[in-house]
Write a protein that binds this ligand. Structure first.
Ligand SMILES: [Fe+2]
Ligand SMILES: [Fe+2]
Length: 401
């Protein structure tokens, strides 16, 4: 089915420009153009759209208000803001409502690539209700202890960016949200940022303060929420996988960027479990029972219950948030790397192995964890022993410390 895309801008010239630039896409997309937020809402009321790209500065209802309204009424729609660099304060207001930001003046290839990627991501999660749940998510919940630590540091007159960065780097929800923002076109950085500590430094203390205190981009878990999995166990596993992935990247003599990326994919690789368990706890509990009763991995049981595994669900959300494709692919395929169409050494390889090494001493059948055929096809099967030894040595050293 052709995807339906809606562009909203109060300047007719911008709309005409988009119309002209995107003319070659008319076979793939059904495009509509609205000159105001009100006109956009009227079009949405007539027929569903897959993606909305809206200008920020518009009279009456602005882009942030429009996207917030769309999130409420039509949570399945992917929401993208098109803004100029002078709109920083306004853009901060749209942080919860927008998935991604495009900078004005916009480049045709950038608009095409961003919209096309948003459309392609929808294939990861086929179930419409699950897709709607993930697309409608504004933020990911944080571990209460870490959330409180960040708010304390920010409120303290002696709080530093380094301290905030170190705490953010230990939390799945806060790290994912800051990486979404710092990598958006809005901040105009020409390179990809993969380190949460660097993300905090680049945003600066004032922006981070505004994001945490007034925009409230972070949220802690509702203490009343009964989850079918242990949050602490998930956090420990994610941190251990992040550190192990980082060590593998170092052993492979990867550059600084790849080492940061390895840590990030390790920290975030099971974010889908968090999304499913926090939003659909009863069904998630059923998936865990199914996995136990049938002796199948949890991700297979999730596919049976939700039509998608936690890998795909996590990749869908972080893809919507504009995190790089190498990251989302690593998430989507971390339990089944052989299914990836391009067998090359990548963050996927690193996170697949790290996840396996971290779990292999705690499960009954560790042979299901690491895909040896995949490593053989990549020509790095013999390096597994060295990675494992390094990981175990570091665990013993940490236990002694
Ligand atoms: Fe996983
Ligand atoms: Fe995992």
């Amino acid at each position: 089915m052709r995807k339906r895309i809606l562009f909203v801008d109060d300047e007719p010239n911008v709309l005409q420009g988009l119309h002209r630039m995107l003319h070659p896409m008319r076979q793939a997309w059904d495009m509509a153009f609205a000159e105001s937020a009100e006109a956009a809402l009227a079009l949405l009321a007539q027929a569903p759209f897959d993606v909305v790209v809206s200008d920020m500065r518009m009279p009456k209802m602005d882009g942030a208000q429009l996207l917030a309204e769309i999130r409420q009424r039509y949570p399945r729609v992917v929401r993208i803001i098109l803004s100029g660099h002078s709109d920083q304060g306004m853009v901060l207001r749209s942080v919860g409502a927008a998935h991604q930001y495009l900078a004005k003046p916009c480049d045709a290839e950038m608009v095409k690539a961003t919209v096309a990627r948003a459309c392609a991501l929808q294939n990861l999660v086929a179930d419409a209700a699950l897709q709607q749940l993930v697309t409608g998510m504004e933020k990911l919940p944080s571990l209460p202890m870490l959330y409180l630590e960040v708010t304390k540091i920010i409120a303290s007159p002696h709080g530093s960016l380094e301290q905030v960065g170190e705490v953010v780097a230990r939390d799945i929800g806060m790290a994912a949200k800051l990486l979404q923002l710092v990598n958006s076109a809005f901040f105009g950085l020409r390179r990809q940022v993969s380190s949460p500590v660097e993300a905090v430094k680049l945003l600066g203390l004032d922006t981070v303060k505004a994001l945490v205190l007034s925009v409230q981009v972070f949220a802690q878990f509702e203490p009343s929420l009964l989850l079918p999995l242990s949050l602490h166990a998930l956090w420990e596993h994610s941190l251990a996988t992040g550190s192990c992935a980082k060590s593998i990247a170092r052993l492979e003599k990867s550059d600084r960027q790849a080492i940061d990326e390895a840590y990030m994919v390790g920290l975030l690789h099971d974010v889908g479990q968090l999304i499913l368990a926090a939003n659909l706890p009863e069904q998630y509990a059923k998936a865990l029972v199914l996995a136990q009763e049938h002796h199948i991995p949890d991700w297979e049981a999730e596919r049976a219950i939700f039509g998608a595994s936690h890998g795909e669900v996590g990749a869908y959300l972080l893809g919507l948030w504009g995190l790089p494709e190498t990251v989302t692919e690593a998430l989507a395929f971390h339990h089944c790397p052989s299914a990836h169409p391009q067998p090359i050494f990548s963050p996927l390889t690193v996170v697949h192995v790290a996840n396996g090494l971290v779990q292999e001493e705690t499960i009954a059948d560790p042979s299901i964890l690491i895909d040896l055929e995949y490593l053989t096809a990549l020509g790095c099967r013999e390096r597994l022993t060295g990675w494992r030894e390094h990981y175990r040595t570091s665990c013993t050293a940490a236990a002694r410390a």
